[in-house]
Structures are given as C-alpha cells and as structure tokens.
Design a protein around this ligand. Sequence first.
Ligand SMILES: [Cu+2]
Length: 141
Amino acid sequence: MKFIIISIISFYFTFYSFSKEIIIDMLNKRDDGQKMVYSQDIAKIALGDTIKWLPTNGGHNVEFLAGPEGFELPPKSYINKEVSITFNKSGIYLYVCSPHSIMGMIGLVIVGNDTSNKDSIISYDIGGKGTRKLKKLLEGI
Ligand SMILES: [Cu+2]
C-alpha cells in the first residue's frame, strides 16, 4: 500500500513538473522602444504549458484569431484583465490585442516546435501594421 501511494505521488510530480507557466505582459512600451506590444512577440512553449497574460499596462486584451486545426478559439479576454490559457495541441497560434491589432500588437505561440500550420497562419489578414508584423515574424521561424 505504501508503495502504491509513493508511486502515485511521484507520478504526480513527474507529470506536473514538466508543465510550465510562462508570463507575457501587455505593454504600452517595451524595452526595445516598440509601442503597443506584448513582452514577447513569439512564445515557444512545450505541449501542456500555460501562458498567463498580465495587464501590466492598461487598455489591452488577448484575442485569438487562429490556431492549429481543431483548436477552438477561446472568447476574447476583457480589457485590463489577466488571462491564462493552457495549450494542449501543437502548432502555431495567432493572437492580437483587439484595439491595437492594426498597430501591430500581435503575438504568436508556437507549441511543441510544430510549425506545420504556418501557411494557414500567414494568410491571416489582420490589417495595417499587424499584417506586416505577422509576415515578418513568420519569416523568421
Ligand atoms: Cu493593446
């Protein structure tokens, strides 16, 4: 019995220690001088990881526009509210800040090093600076 309990506990820690939480800030200005921006343009994470977006500066949110096939787009987050999403499907995800997407406030999440849906993501027309930035980011991966 003792052995079984120890096995269950060690399985629990083995399993959960691999899942990480990554923090991304919503910013008016980043250290590199870019305005209306997330703290990371591209977040490369492992399957099962969670990203938590923090409303570090006001007026921003997180709205998912696209992801790998079968991914159900979550409802867009409220302005000035923290949001957490766990990624259980590998591939590229595209999200934007609803009020600032055309100013280039966009981000990509790449889960499990899987870029197989790159062509479908690159065709997404965000508008304005958002579209240009998306192409630039995807060219770099
Ligand atoms: Cu914004």
